[in-house]
Design a protein. Structure first.
Length: 311
């Protein structure tokens, strides 16, 4: 198996830069270091809440949607919420592990390692209008005229994955290859650098197949950058519970409870723009989740013998 991991070599440097920048980066509604009434409180540790977001889509697109959530959360908790879209999955885990993030949204597999390394605790995820937890699927797509009809036909062909540590863009497609009785070395695997980049590699004819999850697919079709009639899906995963918003385990129980309550009482309007990126349709308020919600991802990591070094 051939892998191109151009982003991984810079992960440590990016993480180091992130750790230094987080304390200075403030997008909240009040001055960093103080709560909105000028005094610290149990719901405003050190005068601010630092909130990290995984880079599952172009940060320029994610920032406005998450800023809306951050502003609403800031108002409920009477504390400025400093929003940072991190460089990559490993940087986000490292930041919470080193006490630089109070809150973070992780991909389901990223949460597994954040739970193990940073004692991250899931609080809420993105709900549908009927109050149920939303989900998404991983997929592998090929051109409509490709000879590839299934996973079993991938040997000898190139496959673009997203980025290392991604649930749908890395672990699940690799598991599907193994589950089909193939070795990873049978397939020429490259890492495109993210979900949109993997889709682009396929549409530009740079690879024979690519992972495209249902979230990326919905966004690309909505923006007119992907015509599904000219491509075929040859594999789809079981539903994956959507990304959890987590709190660092080192925080007080009072803070955890207050954040959980604030998240669960946000209006649908505060989160529906994010839901559009996560294929949550029709969107509803956030819903409560716990570790058991993500047990299948813990099982997946164990099956693939993944460690934090693989993120």
């Amino acid at each position: 198996m051939h892998r191109s991991r151009t982003g991984q070599a810079t992960s440590v440097l990016a993480a180091a830069l992130l750790l230094g920048a987080l304390s200075a980066c403030s997008t909240g509604t009040a001055d960093a270091g103080t709560s909105t009434d000028g005094a610290e409180s149990a719901t405003c540790p050190n005068g601010a809440i630092r909130f990290g977001i995984e880079p599952y889509e172009d940060p320029a697109k994610l920032e406005p949607a998450y800023q809306h959530l951050a502003d609403a959360l800031s108002e409920k908790l009477d504390c400025p919420v400093e929003l940072t879209i991190v460089e990559d999955y490993s940087a986000e885990v490292l930041a919470m592990e080193n006490g630089k993030l109070e809150l973070a949204q992780f991909g389901p597999l990223g949460f597994v390692f954040a739970s193990e390394r940073a004692d991250a605790e899931p609080l809420a995820s993105f709900g549908l209008a009927d109050g149920s937890l939303s989900s998404y699927t991983a997929g592998i797509w090929v051109p409509v005229d490709s000879p590839i009809q299934s996973i079993e036909d991938l040997p000898g062909h190139s496959l673009a994955l997203g980025s290392t540590g991604s649930t749908s863009g890395d672990a699940l497609p690799r598991f599907a290859i193994l589950d089909a009785g193939l070795a990873e070395t049978d397939v020429e695997i490259t890492y495109a650098g993210g979900h949109p980049e993997a889709l682009l590699a396929l549409t530009n004819g740079q690879v024979d197949a690519a992972q495209i999850n249902s979230q990326t697919l919905a966004t690309a079709e909505r923006e007119g950058t992907f015509d599904s009639s000219t491509f075929r899906q040859v594999w789809e995963s079981d539903p994956i519970p959507n990304d959890p918003i987590t709190v660092a385990g080192s925080q007080s129980q009072e803070f955890k409870d207050a954040v959980r309550e604030a998240l669960l009482t946000l209006d649908t309007a505060d989160v529906e723009a994010i839901g559009a990126f996560l294929d949550v349709d029709p969107a509803g308020p956030l819903v409560e989740v716990d570790v058991d919600t993500y047990q299948p991802l813990f099982d997946l990591a164990k099956t693939l013998k993944l460690t934090a070094d693989d993120v």
